[in-house]
Write a protein that binds this ligand. Structure first.
Ligand code: 5GP
Ligand code: ZN
Length: 115
């Protein structure tokens, strides 16, 4: 756990969240400010500031993050109409919380390209 990391505090239960899924490695919860009818964040329990902070030691963890996201998307009923994964990275990427998170967005037709 990193000091002063919002998502580490959510994982620890120090800040409440609306949990979707949890296991030893990953945690998923509803975004507090949803940008789509379904907007879930899935995060590694290991503190990584962003996706580029990961390395070969995190290969299995990153794979698991995607596979669990697929499971959650299916359970949320997003498989038929589709959905989007987003990993904002750094200031130009629009990242605001510096603990790696994958956005799962769905439930409406999403615009492209992003702003
Ligand atoms: P980013 O902009 O870093 O890619 O995404 C951060 C996301 O975290 C935003 O969509 C924001 O709404 C969400 N968020 C920020 N603070 C909280 C919080 O305290 N609880 C939850 N559930 N989501 C949060
Ligand atoms: Zn963290």
């Amino acid at each position: 756990m990193a000091d002063d990391c919002l998502f580490c505090k959510i994982i620890a239960g120090e800040i409440p969240s609306n949990k979707v899924y949890s296991d030893d490695d990953v945690y998923a919860f509803h975004d507090i400010n949803p940008a789509a009818p379904t907007h879930i964040l899935i995060i590694p329990k290991k503190h990584l500031t962003d996706v580029s902070a990961s390395d070969a030691n995190d290969q299995a963890l990153l794979g698991k993050l995607l596979l669990k996201a697929n499971q959650i998307a299916a359970e949320q009923g997003l498989s038929e109409d589709g959905f989007r994964y987003v990993i904002n990275t750094g200031s130009d990427g629009g990242q605001t919380v510096y603990h790696l998170h994958l956005h799962i967005l769905g439930g409406r037709a999403l615009n492209w390209p992003p702003g």
